[in-house]
Design a binder for this molecule. Sequence first.
Ligand SMILES: [Zn+2]
Length: 360
Amino acid sequence: MQTDIFSPSYAIARNRFRETALNLGASVESFAIDQKGPNNEELTIDFALIGANQPKWIVIVSSGLHGVEGFFGSAVQLAWMQEVAANGGLRVNTDGAVLLIHAINPYGFAWLRRTNEDNIDLNRNFLLPNESYKGAPSEYSLINHFLNPKSPPPLFDFFILTAIRNILRYGFATLKQAIAGGQYEFPEGLFFGGRSPAKSTQIIQACLPQWVSSANQILHLDFHTGLGKWGNYELFPRVLSDPSRYIWVFKQFGLDNTGGEAPYQSQGLMGSWLAKNLAQKNYIYFNAEFGTYAGLKVLASLRAENRAHFYGKSPNNHSQAQLYEAFCPQSHQWRQSVLIKGFDLINKALKVCSQMHENL
Ligand SMILES: [Zn+2]
């Protein structure tokens, strides 16, 4: 598989996505988030529906909820569409379709950030009606000055040493939960969930249910990177009810467990919101996490980029390049491996979803 399928920029990725989808005869629509990219280009979330017009079952493949992580998801979407084109079209029965959603956080994708235009982690922004945009875990508040220093990046950063000291003091599991679980108190901090639904969140909430309205069976793969073992993936389900459905799906995927234990508990997850709002359908969501570097290294690059973004002297090219590497390694071997696995996952999802539809 060609690794040059990884686009060098958001603008190129978006053009390739739209062009390839249109050539496949897909229904394509763009939704602007009213922000501009580095070359003054428009930033949009792009939907492409391939297959039946009024599908009964749909596989959703989404990319770029976390901006810079979209380089990978976008590459898999493109590789998959090119393969479909090479095979003369999508070979599913007339009831099925694939909905590709490109760059849910186009700002972060274009500007090489994980967060959106307001430093919001969109996967902490999809709150349910009984939740509020308030609060932070107490441990987060305790280490806020260390996680989010209000000073320019120094020449030498003793992040790892201090991180280890904090891990010894608070415990690894507690810290992981406190940091990655999300917070609503520190708008310049990591994993900030926002103060209200972001523009991207509003677009997904308004549009996604419409695009899948005719279907009663939906299998959603939401592509992410930066968590897990190098070049491998894990599927994290959002189980609200009926875990037996997920166990069955895992078996069909050829995975011998019931999925990874969720790495942390958080509110505001897109999958939870969709599961709740598509509850009348048989909707199954997986956060497909593809591993890159070790957790501390990924966190170090997030922290350095965030610090440079708010307090560095522009331009912060070095920390941006580090962040890009943390979420989309240049390694040819990594790219080859995740492309093949991501591609394979979409095809498996198609089989599983059509089978579930038949069993309904
Ligand atoms: Zn992610």
